[in-house]
Structures are given as C-alpha cells and as structure tokens.
Design a binder for this molecule. Structure first.
Ligand code: ADP
Length: 502
C-alpha cells in the first residue's frame, strides 16, 4: 500500500468522515492501510462467517450477526478511538436496524465530543442506503502513479535478487499504468515465472492481462475486427483527420513534450449504414490499439448509485487498458430519456458523469461515439470542446458509391475493370454503403447459382433494381436527420464531389 493512499485515508478520518466505504477486493491490502492509519487505535472487525474476529490474527472471538456485533462494539468509541471494520456486509445495508445502528455511530462520532469511532465498510460492491448517504465517503484506492509503479517493480526485483535494466523498468512501468498494485504484482510474478527474468517482451503479457480484465468485468467488450481504413469508401475528410491523429498516437510521448494536446475523440453522426461503425473499427486499426465497446444499457443497476458506480468502473477500466479506442455505439440510445423524467434521473446522472469525464480526461482513451438519430440528443453533447470534432456522414455521393462498389467487388474477388461505373452511380442515387454491399452480395450469389464466372454491369444493375434502398425505407428519418444537421456546427465527413467521375 503506497504512502499517499494512507495519507488520504488518514486525512478522511481526521476530518470526521464517520463512515468510509472502501471499494476494494483485496482485504489484505486494506488491512495494511488501516493498520498504518490506526496506530494506537482499537480495531474491531466483523466477518460474515465468524462474527467478531481479532483484527490482527483474524481468529474468531465471538459468534454473532451484524446487528449483535454493532450493539456489542457501540460503546467502544467512548473508551478509546475505535475503528469498526465491516467486511462484505453490502447485503445487509438494506436492513433498517443495521442502517439505524450505523447511523447512530456516525452521528455520535460527529456530535458527541466523548465519542470517537469510525466505521469502515469494505466491499467490492457499493450499496449506499439513502439514510446514510450524507455520512458515507466512498474511498477509492488511487491507482499507483509512475514513480510508485517503478517502486513496486524495484521492490519485486530486489526480493527476487534479479537485475533488470533501468530503461526496461521505465518502459514496462508505462504499460502498467492504470493497473492497481495487486494486479501489477500478479503480472510481474507471471512474467518472472514465464522466463525467469523481466524484459520488454513482457509488455505483451501486460496487454493480455488487461484484456482479461475487460473480459472478466462484463461492462466493456473487446471487439475483434479485420477492417482497416482502406475498407472505407469515401469519407475522405474524416479519414484524413484520423490519419493526422494517428501520427500523434504513434508518438504520444514526443507529441506531449512538444505541447500537442492528447486527442480526446470524435462523434460521428449520420445516416444508418454509411460507415460509422466501420470507421470505429478502422480507427482502432489505424492507431494500432484495441477497440473496446461500452454498452451503457449494461451498466444500469437496480440499487441506488449502482449505475453510476458501474459507469465509474467502466471508465476506469477503459483507462486501465488505454491506449484504446472506446466505442459508444448509438450513443443517442445509450442516453435516451434525458430531459424526460425517467423516475430516478439515473440517465441524467450517467450522462453528466460521462460528460465530466470527457471534459477532464487526460488519458489515452480515444472516444468514437456514433449516432443516427440525434433529435433527442442533449445540446451539451454537440457543443465544441467535448469532442475534438463532430463529423456528419451523409449518404455517399456518386464518387463514393463507385469506391464502395469497388471495395466490395474486390473483397469478393469479382472486380472487373469493364464495369460501367457511371451507369451504376446513376442507378444508385440514395443508396447507402450497406445497400451497395447487399447489391454486390446478391449479384455474386446469383452468378454462382447460374454458374457464371464474370459479373457484368447489367447483373449489378438488375440487383440494384431489386433492392429497396435506405432512402425508400427510411425517408422521414433521413429528412429529419438532415434538418437537425443544418442547425449544428459539424464537419462533413466526405469531400465535395468532383465533376468528372469515371
Ligand atoms: P453504420 O453507419 O450504421 O454504423 P456500418 O458502418 O455498420 O453502418 O455499415 C454497414 C456495412 O455497410 C459495413 O460493414 C460495410 O460493409 C458497408 N458500408 C457502409 N458504408 C461503407 C463505406 N463508406 N465504405 C465501404 N463499405 C461501407
């Protein structure tokens, strides 16, 4: 446990924070911190299985339930300063008697000069009863900063009596950023067991471990994909912009030293099936970093404060595995209901929490938020400064439709230079990328069935005629999106069409 954690904890106790909720899984680490802070203090501990136990030796002293325990130790605070340590009791925090007993301790701690007791609740799950809200301070163990990470590595190396070069230490310390002390030690152990030494190759192990973290959490999802920037037809302005940012990402250290701001992310708004999700994938491929999807719906919980807690954890986790692209698909759905009364205001709070994080963030999590229908989108989101840039993806123009045809024909090895692009472009006014892909797929399927090797312009046009494009099926929606776009300050993802297309 690093000293700044102990200092912060001590300052909480000094300033009469009566209930300190420590959100952590590793009791040993917490015990060490409490022991350091609580020198000369009486520590009484409650354990779900054994009741009252000895804080130092962990041996059972008296079997009792939480209510009996709290009644038993209540008076200790009159005799001497006491820490009342409750572990994994989150399930009991909806019991009115327990709530009253804890509240009584908290009140006495504040108002009664002769009473000194601090309650520590330690659990990985946060449950905050309304009645205790004003007394509880949630204490998040801060993640180790660079110098502390180096200290942890050095301690590990000393213990094992191995030598590791300083620049290797600095390099892997950078990769460890975002992980807690326990996780860092675990990975160091694994790396050492793997080869009997620590070297730069172990960065891969760190990345793998970070991926494991994401998988275990079930709040974020690592997206596997094959697409690259070359799979996007058109959207040249957007692609150029991303290529510029990729240069910064590839040389982050140098860029920061030079005074360049760390890219925050983009919002891509526009027509469905026009390459927004494709762009999220291509961004991760271009930046050469993992793509992680955040599904806000998954964060919603049933207890008070649970959703906010999940959001906090998800954002923290994204920082832990950064650099990464954090993709929020259909962000308008994620924060749907803002402005309307959803009863508890949870979405409003989640939204505020996300905006603050976005505003203040100085990490290497690059956000790609995509949205179709922005009519219900709060204007705060669209304001400059939240994202680096807002891009509008329109239905592809003629030149872009030609490129999209080429990409999908080439992908299926059926590209034919004799295909008449001009005729195809004329016939596909109002088609989106997904429509064009469907046309190519259908044409190739039919050619296979009819045992034809070559695909002709006529074959493609026949499929085009059989396809109902997005402009037919979603006419009103498209009109609506266009109207809204006119009123916001947004960049066009596509370049203006050239006069001659061939
Ligand atoms: P959305 O904009 O709704 O996120 P997607 O990016 O998921 O749309 O597009 C759906 C599919 O349509 C893609 O997987 C891709 O095959 C095709 N597509 C859409 N736009 C383009 C484009 N600009 N270039 C190439 N293919 C595209």
């Amino acid at each position: 446990m690093k000293s700044n954690t102990v200092d912060i904890l001590a300052s909480y106790i000094d300033s009469l924070h009566s209930i300190i909720y420590i959100n952590h899984f590793d009791f040993k680490v917490i015990d060490e911190a409490i022991e350091k802070v609580g020198q000369g203090v009486k520590c009484v501990e409650y354990n779900n299985a054994f009741g009252l136990i000895d804080f130092k030796t962990k041996s059972p002293l008296q079997e009792c339930d939480l209510e009996q325990f709290l009644k038993l130790v209540f008076d200790d605070g009159f005799e001497q300063e006491t820490f009342i340590i409750l572990k994994d009791v989150h399930n009991e925090l909806n019991n009115p008697i327990i709530i009253s007993l804890i509240k009584r301790i908290a009140e006495d701690n504040i108002y009664n000069e002769n009473y000194h007791a601090t309650v520590f609740i330690i659990s990985e799950i946060i449950v905050i009863p309304k009645e205790l809200e004003n007394y509880i301070t949630v204490f998040d163990i801060p993640l180790p900063v660079s110098s502390e990470i180096i200290e942890i590595i050095n301690e590990f190396i000393e213990d094992l009596e191995i030598t590791v070069e300083q620049d290797v230490i600095n390099d892997i310390a950078l990769s460890f950023k975002g992980l807690n002390e326990f996780q860092i030690k675990q990975i160091l152990n694994l790396a050492y067991q793997d080869g009997g030494y620590i070297d730069k190759e172990d960065k891969l192990l760190i990345l793998k471990e970070k991926e494991q973290l994401v998988k275990k959490s079930s709040m974020l999802e690592i997206v596997n994909f094959k697409e690259s920037i070359d799979d996007i037809g058109g959207l040249e302005n957007l692609k150029e912009w991303l290529e510029r940012k990729a240069k910064i990402f590839a040389n982050m250290d140098k860029a920061i030293k030079f005074g360049v701001d760390i890219p925050k992310g983009i919002m891509i708004i526009g027509m469905p099936g026009c390459g927004k999700s494709l762009t999220a994938k291509a961004t991760a491929s271009l930046f050469e970093i993992p793509l992680v999807r955040l599904d806000v719906g998954r964060l919603l919980g049933k207890y008070v404060g649970e959703s906010e807690e999940n959001m906090r954890k998800a954002l923290k986790l994204s920082e832990a595995i950064s650099p990464c692209v954090l993709w929020i698909d259909e962000i308008e759905k994620a924060f749907a209901g803002i402005g309307s009364d959803d009863g508890s205001g949870v979405t409003i709070r989640l939204f505020g929490q996300f905006l603050t994080w976005l505003q203040e963030k100085e990490n290497t999590v690059f956000i790609v938020a995509t949205a179709n229908d922005i009519s219900k989108m709060p204007p705060e989101f669209l304001r400059k400064g939240r994202f680096d840039e807002l891009f509008f993806v329109d239905l592809p123009n003629g030149e872009e439709r030609k490129k999209i045809f080429d990409i999908h024909l080439k992908k299926r090895k059926k590209w034919n230079k004799f295909i008449d692009s001009i005729a195809l472009i004329k016939e596909t006014e109002g088609f989106n990328g997904a429509d064009i892909e469907a046309v190519v797929k259908d044409t190739i399927e039919l050619a296979f069935i009819e045992e034809r090797e070559i695909i002709s312009t006529e074959d493609l046009i026949k499929s085009v005629k059989d396809t109902k494009s997005i402009s037919d099926t979603l006419k009103d929606k498209i009109k609506n999106i266009k109207e809204i776009i006119e009123h916001i300050d947004i960049k066009c993802a596509s370049k203006a069409e050239k006069d001659n297309i061939s």
